[in-house]
Design a protein around this ligand. Structure first.
Ligand SMILES: Nc1ncnc2c1ncn2[C@@H]1O[C@H](COP(=O)(O)OP(=O)(O)OP(=O)(O)O)[C@@H](O)[C@H]1O
Ligand SMILES: [Mg+2]
Length: 268
């Protein structure tokens, strides 16, 4: 039985956001809230606008109209790095890691926005630089432990399988110590065991780190299993929002999915 979410505790609010590329309307007047303590999944067919919407939240795209508010502060137009330092973390649909660097250094790269030291100070080896480095390392060690990555910490990311790279990407996002986590298809390309591990980590992050999670994912079994709420996008429009059991039986949702070409259906 999933816990009840307190709708008084809003973390992120999206109000009438629209986005076009040229003449193509990709997000159409979308509004929703993310509450503390929840895993909110955003689902929809390929090209529905899910990644574009996440990009508006993390600052990669700026909407043409509408407002995005995070913990009461408007963030619609502020740059990516400022959103990151406010605590908005994300993982990527296409991996954005450094394949020639070790796992631990990739995770460390997720903290650069929190680091006060610049390259010259690091070069001069001033004592507080060393203290800062130790503090950062401690956070990274805790994440390695949390995501059970001890065995691969010194591996080059380029040598890892896809499932483990996705885990490194999650670790890198957690290194920012986010207050909300946005995940774009964390299970894509994973085998069953890797998916189960990832699902467990997502639940643990919400529970033990007490941060809400926005999850875009095509694996319906996982989505139904771990989400508190689900929002469905179709051609940039929100066509349904509710608890997993409501979404599963919603006629508009069934139509949106089954309305696709037959070969697409299996994908979900
Ligand atoms: N930078 C861009 N320039 C032009 N068109 C874009 C851009 N980004 C996204 N689009 C278009 O916006 C639409 C929505 O794409 P988006 O990637 O947001 O969909 P999605 O729901 O994440 O799909 P998928 O499930 O395949 O990842 C698509 O038609 C896509 O081609
Ligand atoms: Mg996408």
């Amino acid at each position: 039985m999933k816990k009840e979410i307190q709708t008084a505790n809003s973390s992120l609010a999206v109000d009438k956001v629209s986005l076009s590329f040229g003449k193509i309307l990709v997000i159409n007047n979308v509004s929703f809230q993310v509450y503390e303590g929840e895993i909110l999944s955003i689902i929809g067919p390929n090209g529905a606008g899910k990644t574009s919407l996440l990009n508006c939240l993390s600052g990669f795209y700026q909407p043409d109209s509408g407002r995005i508010t995070y913990k009461g502060q408007e963030i619609t137009k502020i740059p990516i790095h400022r959103r990151a330092s406010l605590g908005i973390g994300r993982t990527f649909q296409g991996l954005q890691l450094f394949p020639g660097m070790t796992v631990i250094n990739n995770i460390m790269s997720g903290r650069h926005i929190l680091m006060k030291t610049n390259f010259l100070q690091a070069f001069l080896h001033w004592p507080w630089v060393h203290r800062e480095e130790i503090a950062h390392r401690e956070v990274v060690e805790e994440i390695i432990d949390f995501l059970e990555m001890e065995a691969i910490r010194h591996e080059l990311v380029g040598n890892l399988g896809y499932g483990l790279r996705k885990r490194v990407d999650l670790a890198r996002a957690l290194a920012l110590e986010p207050k909300i986590l946005i995940m774009d298809e964390p299970m894509a390309g994973m085998n069953m065991e890797e998916k189960e591990d990832m699902a467990r980590f997502i639940i643990d992050i919400e529970e033990f780190k007490s941060i809400p999670i926005i999850l875009v994912e095509h694996d319906m079994e996982v989505v139904m299993d771990i989400s508190n709420r689900i929002m469905v996008l179709d051609w940039g429009n929100v066509i349904a929002e509710g608890k997993p059991e409501e979404i599963r039986t919603n006629p508009a949702v069934i139509k949106a999915y089954l309305g696709d070409a037959d070969e697409e259906v299996n994908h979900y």
